[in-house]
Each structure stands twice: as C-alpha cells, then as structure tokens.
Design a protein around this ligand. Structure first.
Ligand SMILES: [Zn+2]
Length: 119
C-alpha cells in the first residue's frame, strides 16, 4: 500500500498503520512535537510568573491591599492567567496566582491578598 510520510511527505510502501517512511522521520516528528508542547507551556508559565512578580512588587511586605485596576493594566497584568479560582461565601471570586490572589473589589479597585492558602 502506498502512503505518505507525516514528516517528509514522501510516498512509501508499508502497512496501512505506518505513518513514517523511516525511523529517522518518526523520531524527528516526535521531537518536534515535544518541542512545540514545551514552547506553549513555557509561554504560559512566563505569563503566570510575570503576574506573580507584578503582584509581589505591588504588595511588598503587605498581606492585603487594594490597588487601582489601572496600575495592573499599566504593568501589563494578564488577567486571564491564574493558577486557581476560589469563590468565598459572598460569591466573590478570587483568582489565585501561586501564593497570591486577587479579586475585583470594585470596578476600579482590585483587592490583592498575599500568602494565599485556601484552595
Ligand atoms: Zn519520511
């Protein structure tokens, strides 16, 4: 049966479940895939670390503080990335970023909590 190699696109003869013309092609295909996965993961890890850094810089030694939303916007805080979500009894949602958490206190103010442990 004639098929096409997933890596080099060359035609080759082999069983219908074979996807590659050679072991080399198979290996390069899989290592490329792993590399892509790593890059995606690293990118998001970077956003999360950066978010934590921004919160850490703003909080300093404080444990709980409210901060203007615009300050976080200016620091290019990535709102959509967090490591967890916690909803308290008043249905307020805390977005956890490692050992920090933030919450929309008002439209303008963001509450930040350090040493977050619930979750
Ligand atoms: Zn090939």
């Amino acid at each position: 049966m004639e098929q096409q190699c997933l890596q080099c696109n060359k035609s080759f003869k082999g069983r219908s479940d074979k996807k590659f013309c050679s072991a080399d092609c198979k290996n390069s295909y899989h290592s490329q895939h792993r590399k892509n996965t790593r890059t995606e993961v690293e990118e998001i890890d970077g956003y999360l670390h950066r978010n934590r850094e921004i919160l850490a810089l703003l909080m300093g030694d404080g444990v709980k503080d409210t901060i203007e939303r615009s300050v976080l916007v200016r620091a290019k805080f990535r709102w959509e990335y967090c490591t967890g979500i916690y909803k308290n009894k008043e249905n307020k949602i805390y977005y956890i970023v490692y050992d920090y958490a933030w919450m929309e206190f008002t439209e303008q103010k963001i509450l930040i909590v350090r040493k977050w442990k619930k979750a």
